[in-house]
Design a binder for this molecule. Structure first.
Ligand SMILES: NC(=O)c1ccc[n+]([C@@H]2O[C@H](COP(=O)([O-])OP(=O)(O)OC[C@H]3O[C@@H](n4cnc5c(N)ncnc54)[C@H](OP(=O)(O)O)[C@@H]3O)[C@@H](O)[C@H]2O)c1
Length: 341
């Protein structure tokens, strides 16, 4: 395994997070796992994951008001209270509490939701609030952006962005002057954002937060046909998309195809650098894309968090490796994934 002390001396790379103007670590931390939907994670383990990440140079946490109905935000709020010297940027999300109906994306609810997040995160001003994958029409509604501007004027939030399902939604949001960041699924099994979204974001100076970078763990290569997931894990209950967009579970790749693709990905990594785990190579591959501000793997243990952070130190991956990722996607996944997301 590639550890922090194996890398070059530079330490964790940082990038400017789009129009927020803030510097954040290129490997951040996703904290859905610290809320719910990934089996059980105790509060002590959740705090240890945050601490291990910060120790390894992570300065960016992604959360949401609905992760464990506020639990993820609360654990982070408590952690930050005890680590005031750590210069962490926290991105939360709002919009998931009332069924994601278009008519709920109004100033009154934004005020209620952000007040709750400010309480949970124990802060006066939220660093970054993202609309949490609302229906497509919300991205096209001028009043929504006006309401978000009002929150900035009121000092309740410092910046706002969006989390999206599709490239079209990303492009609609990027065209708005107040949007600081776009969060989108981008990983070796999800290449469509490279076509138009990344170039548009770079041009506009909008930050890209790359989520689900391990395809919900598939890209680690650790699962088999026999692997089982807990009843309260979305990789068990949402494989068919019955609870939320199936693209959020294994990146929308069906499990059988995902296992085959993951085995081929691991072989590419072994040829590239025997010291890298497939997880680290998968994260480094995303982090090295021009225009990506931060990659936010979820972690359920200290070992995962520390191993992932070390991906921020991985030297430039080779042209052959990049071509191998593209070839693998084109052959096994493009037909299933590209038309949809
Ligand atoms: N709509 C949205 O806005 C939205 C949707 C999805 C996610 N997100 C955000 O994006 C973050 C990341 O996405 P994600 O958590 O869904 O998926 P992910 O980061 O692709 O996968 C996380 C899973 O990968 C496995 N893993 C992580 N590090 C590992 C390591 N070093 N070695 C072995 N296995 C490792 C763990 O699986 P095991 O549990 O099997 O160990 C972990 O639960 C979330 O936490 C959340 O903050 C946002």
């Amino acid at each position: 395994m590639f550890r922090a002390w194996d890398g070059y001396a530079g330490g964790m790379q940082t990038r400017i997070l789009g129009r927020t103007g803030r510097a954040v670590s290129v490997i951040g931390l996703g904290t859905w796992q610290l809320g719910a939907d990934w089996g059980d994670v105790t509060e002590a383990d959740a705090t240890d994951v945050l601490a291990a990440s910060v120790d390894a140079g992570v300065t960016f946490f992604d959360t949401a008001d609905v992760y464990g109905d506020g639990r993820s935000e609360q654990v982070i709020g408590h952690f930050l209270k005890n680590h005031t010297d750590a210069d962490i940027t926290v991105a939360t999300k709002m919009g998931g509490r009332l069924g994601k109906l278009p008519e709920t994306f109004v100033l009154k609810n934004f005020r209620d939701w952000t007040e709750r997040s400010r309480r949970n995160l124990q802060t006066e001003t939220l660093d970054l609030v993202q609309l949490h994958c609302p229906p497509t029409v919300v991205f096209q509604t001028g009043e929504v952006y006006d309401a978000l501007d009002t929150l900035v004027d009121d000092g309740v939030i410092a910046n706002y962005g969006v989390s999206v399902q599709t490239g079209e939604e990303a492009l609609t949001a990027i065209a708005r002057p107040g949007i600081a960041t776009v969060q989108i699924i981008l990983n070796a099994f999800r290449l469509k954002p490279l076509d138009e979204v990344l170039p548009a974001a770079r041009e506009a100076g909008v930050g890209i937060i790359a989520r689900v970078p391990l395809a919900s763990g598939l890209l680690t290569g650790k699962y088999t046909r026999e692997t089982t997931f807990a009843e309260n894990d979305h990789r068990n209950f949402n494989r068919d998309g019955s609870h939320f967009d199936v693209g959020e579970t294994f990146s929308g790749v069906d499990y059988e195809t995902g296992l085959a693709a993951a085995a081929e990905f691991a072989a590419l990594v072994a040829r590239e650098n025997a010291d890298l785990t497939p997880a680290q190579a998968a994260l480094a591959w995303v982090a090295q894309i021009d225009g990506v501000s931060s990659v936010i793997p979820g972690a359920r243990s200290v070992a995962q968090a520390a191993g992932n952070a070390a991906a921020g130190l991985v030297p430039q991956l080779s042209v052959e490796f990049n071509e191998g990722v593209q070839e693998l996607y084109d052959r096994l996944l493009r037909e299933q994934i590209h038309p949809r997301w």
